[in-house]
Design a protein around this ligand. Structure first.
Ligand code: SF4
Length: 184
């Protein structure tokens, strides 16, 4: 039996539990062949309980549509499901606490391709401290959530908000992931 990819209750991270509004589960196709994994919810995600709904989410959805992919055809989720206070990075312990939820979700969705959106998810899923901007677009084949999957190293869409020169690399990684997942 396939586990439910959504988390209804969880109190593993006391600091996050104390300030979260909602647990933010993944959105999109529950059997997608491509999963996009970000870092953690922000303010709008915390309020709505939906990942990537702020400006970064709009950018991500717009980029997918521009590339001919309906965002509902992919799975979009995060390494941790509760918003860290003041939008700080999730701590290693919080990532470890939430890794089981991410693995359960990826096991249930069972995508053949996973695109990481930025440093935190890349380091979490690769298990090594690489500099993402030096490796963006690279594809690694490795075991993730019980199966061998293709991991594409990508940038967080917010990175293109602050630095437009990063937009081509963001789009190239997204395009590579879409092609590998056979969504064209
Ligand atoms: S971040 Fe994940 S592990 Fe931590 S409390 Fe939220 S759902 Fe639980």
């Amino acid at each position: 039996m396939v586990a439910d990819p959504d988390v209804e209750t969880c109190t593993k991270c006391p600091e996050l539990v104390a300030c979260r509004t909602k647990i933010v589960n993944g959105r999109g196709d529950p059997s997608a062949n491509l999963a996009l994994v970000g870092e953690a919810p922000g303010r709008f995600e915390d309020e709505t309980g939906v990942p990537f709904v702020g400006r970064s989410g709009e950018l991500l959805d717009e980029a997918l549509v521009d590339l001919g992919v309906d965002p509902a055809m992919v799975r979009i989720t995060n390494c941790v499901r509760c918003r860290p206070p003041d939008n700080r990075n999730p701590r290693v312990g919080e990532r470890q606490n939430c890794r089981g939820h991410l693995d359960t979700e990826l096991e249930a969705i069972d995508p053949s391709v996973v695109l990481t959106l930025g440093r935190v998810p890349t380091q979490e899923l690769l298990g090594e401290p690489i500099t993402v901007t030096e490796h963006v677009g690279e594809v690694r084949e490795l075991p993730i959530a019980g199966s061998t999957r293709q991991l594409v190293i990508g940038l967080h869409p917010a990175a293109t908000l602050y630095d437009r020169t990063k937009r081509p690399a963001f789009e190239e990684a997204l395009t590579r992931a879409i092609e590998l997942a056979g969504l064209y």
